[in-house]
Write a protein that binds this ligand. Structure first.
Ligand code: SAM
Ligand code: SF4
Length: 317
């Protein structure tokens, strides 16, 4: 699909659930989610139908996310069914990794080829604080399981938070010396209700370059991250800058929420429901959403919060 700004849209992120086994402070409220009724959420069959509709319109890459995708019932068969849809060339997943020890091999066998794992600190107490409940060892058990399962690519996503983990940039980056993974530093996005974070928390990804002067430019892969490498590393360092250098002009994605709304822009309140529709109806909704995809999402900073109208776990980061 080509949108009305001339951008090719070939990537869909699907939040398969808004439930999560963690409660990261920048992503969702402490109380979790107000569990919607089963009928209000996309069924496994509807998710696969939506992928067929999207593939028919030119979507080639799918990212499964959430909430935590691995807490979704039947997630392995959902991935398998998505991977077998004609036209879908790549199925990736973003996960907090906690449940990977039991699921990594099955996911790989189901056709998921790339994983992004989220980790904001190497300190167990900080990890428990930022996730409001997580156990850092479980993350590393998940990482080891993912490495053994033979995914084509594993990336670790670090949300940069001033006053929380800006003193850990070097040790986090040095994970690329120890493991064959990329580490990507992502600027904290001011979701509409993430009141825990004041101005000091919103730091720019440039600070990674100051902290690691030895970084060398790496071959760019066409993605949203600017890529660098530590000398001798097994993987790249990526800087993702939605705040300091938004990438709206090259945005190639739409999102499908767990309750069946197409969001053409992460930070806009515009949503188009396809819940309960058949394949033809879903296609029409997707075309409408792409037609109305905003040109850009406006200024985002500590004072100008996202207009998404949802927490990140309800959209799919
Ligand atoms: N539960 C999975 C996980 O944590 O990887 C997938 C869903 S989570 C919403 C996807 C990604 O969004 C995570 O890497 C998370 O760190 C990121 N994220 C959530 N809220 C964010 C925010 N306010 N700013 C930047 N990244 C955010
Ligand atoms: Fe859950 Fe991922 Fe959000 Fe953390 S970032 S609360 S792990 S959905």
């Amino acid at each position: 699909m080509i949108d009305n700004c001339g951008r090719t849209i070939d990537y869909m992120r699907i939040s398969v659930t808004d439930l999560c086994n963690l409660r990261c402070r920048y992503c969702m409220g402490e109380e979790g989610v107000c569990k919607k009724t089963h009928q209000e959420m996309m069924s496994a069959e509807e998710i696969v139908t939506a992928v067929k509709a999207a593939a028919g319109l030119g979507i080639r890459k799918i990212r499964i996310t959430g909430g935590e995708p691995l807490v979704k019932r039947n997630i392995v068969s959902i991935c398998r069914n998505i991977a077998s849809v004609e036209g879908i060339e790549e199925v990736c997943m973003t996960t907090n990794g906690i449940l990977l020890p039991d699921m990594a091999e099955e996911l790989r066998a189901a056709g998921v080829t790339r994983l992004n794992l989220s980790l904001d600190t190497l300190d167990a107490e900080r990890y428990a604080f930022i996730t409001r409940r997580g156990d850092l060892q479980q993350f590393f058990d998940g990482l080891e399981a993912a490495l053994s399962a033979g995914f084509d690519k594993i990336k670790i996503n670090v949300v940069l938070i001033g006053g929380f983990n800006d003193d850990e940039i070097r040790p986090l980056a040095e994970l690329t010396l120890k493991y064959p993974v990329d580490v990507r530093f992502i600027e904290l996005m001011p979701m509409y209700d993430s009141g825990d974070f004041d101005e000091k928390a919103f730091i720019f990804s440039e600070c990674v370059l100051q902290e690691l002067p030895e970084l060398e430019k790496a071959k760019q892969d066409g993605g949203v991250a600017k890529l660098y490498r530590l000398p001798g590393a097994k993987g790249n360092i990526g800087l993702i800058s939605p705040i300091s250098a938004h990438f709206c002009s090259s945005c190639n994605r739409i999102r499908l929420t767990a309750d069946g709304k197409i969001k053409p822009c992460l930070h806009s309140s515009e949503e188009y429901s396809l819940k309960g529709m058949d394949l033809a109806g879903m296609k029409q909704v997707m075309e409408l959403a792409v037609f109305h995809k905003p040109q850009w999402h406006g200024v985002l900073d500590a004072h100008n919060r996202s207009e998404a109208g949802r927490w990140m776990n309800q959209i799919g980061g």
